[in-house]
Design a protein around this ligand. Sequence first.
Ligand SMILES: [Zn+2]
Length: 263
Amino acid sequence: MKVKVISVLEDNYMYLVIEESTRDAVAVDAAVPKRLLEIIRKEDVVLRAILTTHHHWDHARGNEELAQLFPGLRVFGADERIGALTHKVTHGQELSFGAIRVRCLFTPCHTSGHMCYFMWEDDSPDAPALFSGDTLFVGGCGQFFEGTAEQMHTNLTQILGTLPEDTVEPENEMVKEKLAWARRDDEDLPTVPSTLHEEFLYNPFLRVTEEPVQRFTGRTDPVEVLRTLRSERDNFKKPKERPNPQAMLAFDWGLFGPFLEKK
Ligand SMILES: [Zn+2]
């Protein structure tokens, strides 16, 4: 399994996951068809399916166009609002694409129909990968647009937090460890994957039971800590122009830096 990480729209990513024995490919969050088509051509693979985490345009915008270009393309997701949806999936459902296996993990909160995708190949030395959309990312978590702090807490601790610790998040730019299969398609920003294990060490949204995080929020109940963190982050003034991903990271580190002192 090879994962191509394709940056889109300044601070977002889409992915092309390639089954190397069949040269079939599955896209995750196909937001920009033109970029995706370039990679498909360059890699000489056949696009078989799209997995969409949620209906927001920066994750699903390319679905209709790709469905027209590739008749029979299967589009998976958990929300009727996802464009060109052909297969509605449910929590725990498993899919396979050649040797690639996928488990659907339902994580409603950012949107009410948000699905994460856990992907692996049996008997492969590669670590499994988690495509977490706007539920969990780069030292943070998504905004609670259509859900509650209770739901996000369940998502982070029980649904995603119990996956194997070597699970890779291909989009995370923070961590030094680099796995051979995750390669950025363009050169402008270095991207390396991180693991859930590392995420637990510095992502404040996963550290709601840690004393410094509780001190920062003035709360002790984990759900209340999470709610307060999210609202602090939502209310933090953003610079006028759209910050680049690295500035966003610095922003998150600046805000949550004090929590790092503990470990
Ligand atoms: Zn979103």
